[in-house]
Write a protein that binds this ligand. Structure first.
Ligand SMILES: Cc1ncc(C[n+]2csc(CCOP(=O)(O)OP(=O)(O)O)c2C)c(N)n1
Ligand SMILES: [Mg+2]
Length: 548
């Protein structure tokens, strides 16, 4: 891996979303326990998950982490039993009255160090009232944030960008926050580009196939190829992925072929989910990719439950290493994390808030990956979905270290997710990344975006060409290779569709299997009734589905 230094760049923050008519899903403890027990079976909490040990593990941090907000720890020495203590970036504990008044942001992040110093100096750490504040704040005579002089002053998190719109590396400028960052080496970068290009080609061809009514539904990742593929490339294959529905690039990175995608879209008998799901609801146990579920936001608390389960398992297997040698590279390899993708629209659901809070308070290794593409179907993210500082701006309030990244910059996404993944594995705590991108296509094949916005193609945010330019600048890729690769991908996608269409469909009776070992009488009766109905009205049955 090549290690180089880069700097933070300011970039204007595009707005973001709201789901009209979508009631927020309330998330109950039962839901969480169900998702956990689904994953865990009968595993009993390992003693290393007790709060004291978990906290000591979570207090370790990278010295140059760009993620804001230190994790919490709880000191048994507090004179106030209800007072929480916080750990600063040096790993020492300080009472809540003396740790800086900005929510614990490191100087490399969203709030200036001047503000940190100023509000610290105005506090009195001997003041019992100050120490008893149940949030990380100081008393101050200054009005540096909040309402002041009729204006509202709030910090805005900057955007990490490492290559510009033309794919040129951004100049270094002296800040060292990315020292030690992992950049993609030549092999990884070329594989990453080839996957992005293959995804782009497959999406275009599958989209057209759906418009020809060859299957019922499709969604493209157009404009979000870097966001999805570069993040997946930075994960480990054993990490579990909970996706929303626009992350086929992550599955492709893990080796899901065009043929696998075509088989799922055609619901043929080779689909691992036996043709029971709508097109694009992919899932593959062997690739640690949990099957897509349409109701927005459900994957978020499920991911937290799964991460909690993984932590229990991994602690049971390597408990002594986990707690004693957490910076040991071999030990880190052993620990898995859960990556959870979601749109900024889904972040308006109650499940997002429940998941963030539980991931922080339970210390779970989840890497939350928000694709902020500016739209939730026809609803613009800003100002209809939120009026605050986007999604990353919410992380700090839950105690989750967060960062905002240029999601169309494959290099920045790879670097930021690599670091988030390593930190989550090492500390067993969550990270939140808001990847700023743009949905260039329609929401899905059921949508016509020209009804509510201008032509997306007029917006110059195209991540695949941008990354190709980066690779060409380094001498790792050429125009000839590009033309050859794209022709190959095109032939592959067309062949996959042709074959997917010709493979038999699973029979109707398959719909009634896999729930009970022995089919109960009432399900058996429903099966008979359904088959009788299908035989009576065969024109109602999708073409090619066997009537047995
Ligand atoms: C609970 C729920 N409410 C509404 C919908 C309908 N719906 C499907 S996708 C979508 C927009 C989601 O936007 P976002 O999370 O930003 O993802 P994007 O489509 O932009 O990738 C909506 C409202 C749904 N599937 N589930
Ligand atoms: Mg969106």
């Amino acid at each position: 891996m090549m290690l180089i230094r880069r700097r933070w760049i300011k970039m204007s923050h595009n707005g973001i979303l709201l789901l009209p008519g979508c009631g927020a899903l309330s998330f109950s403890t039962d839901t969480f326990l169900n998702s956990m027990s689904m994953v865990l079976g009968n595993i009993i909490a390992h003693p290393s998950l007790s709060r004291g040990q978990a906290s000591s593990s979570s207090s370790q941090s990278h010295s140059h982490s760009p993620f804001s907000h230190s994790p919490l720890s709880h000191s048994p020495l507090s004179p106030f039993s209800h007072v929480r203590y916080f750990t600063n970036d040096e790993g020492t504990s300080s009472p809540s009255g003396g740790g800086g008044g900005n929510g614990g942001a490191s100087s490399s992040s969203d709030v200036s160090s001047e503000e940190e110093e100023d509000s610290s100096s105005s506090s009195s750490s001997n003041d019992p009232l100050s120490a008893a504040l149940p949030v990380r704040a100081n008393y101050t005579t200054q009005r540096r944030a909040g309402y002041a002089g009729g204006k509202f002053i709030a910090p805005v998190m900057q955007v990490l960008r490492l290559t510009d719109e033309q794919g040129k590396p951004v100049e270094e400028s002296g800040e060292d926050v990315l020292d030690g960052s992992v950049f993609p080496d030549a092999n990884t970068a070329v594989k990453l580009y080839k996957t992005m290009a293959r995804l782009q080609v497959m999406d275009a061809i599958f989209y057209e196939a759906q418009r020809q009514a060859r299957f019922s539904f499709y969604m493209t990742s157009a404009g979000e190829e870097a966001t999805v593929v570069a993040s997946a490339a930075a994960l480990h294959d054993e990490d579990v992925i909970y996706a929303q529905y626009r992350e086929q690039g992550a599955l492709m990175w893990r080796g899901y072929t065009c043929q696998d995608f075509a088989d799922q879209c055609y619901s043929n008998e080779r689909d691992p989910n036996k043709g029971r799901q709508m097109p694009i609801h992919y899932g593959d146990k062997h690739k640690n990719f949990v099957t897509i579920s349409s109701p927005l936001g459900t994957q978020l608390p499920q991911a937290v439950g799964h991460a909690y389960a993984l932590r229990m398992e991994d602690d049971g297997l390597v408990a002594s290493r986990r707690l004693d040698v957490s910076d040991d590279a071999a030990g880190e390899q052993h620990r898995r994390v859960v990556a959870c993708y979601f749109g900024e629209g889904a972040a308006s659901e109650g499940d997002f808030h429940a998941a963030l809070n539980m991931s922080a308070t339970l210390d779970t290794p989840v890497v939350f990956l928000c694709r902020n593409n500016g739209w939730a179907i026809s609803t613009p993210a800003w100002p209809e979905q939120y009026k605050g500082d986007g999604i990353a701006g919410r992380g700090g309030s839950y105690g989750v270290r967060s960062i905002r990244v240029d999601g169309n910059d494959a290099v920045a996404v790879y670097v930021a997710v690599s670091q988030a993944r390593a930190e989550a594995a090492e500390t067993g705590t969550p990270r939140l990344l808001e990847l700023m991108t743009y949905r260039r296509g329609h929401h899905s094949t059921s949508d016509d975006s020209t009804r509510y916005r201008g032509k997306a193609s007029e917006i110059a945010r195209e991540p695949v060409g941008r990354f190709a330019a980066y690779l060409k600048g380094l001498g790792w890729w050429s125009d000839d290779e590009d033309a050859e690769w794209r022709a190959e991908c095109r032939a592959e996608a067309i062949d996959a569709l042709r074959e997917g269409e010709s493979v038999s469909k699973p029979p109707i009776s398959g719909l009634f299997e896999d729930v009970y070992k022995d089919m109960p009488w009432n399900i058996s009766r429903q099966l008979d009734e359904t088959l009788a109905h299908a035989k009576r009205f065969p024109e109602e049955v999708p073409h090619g589905v066997p009537l047995h």
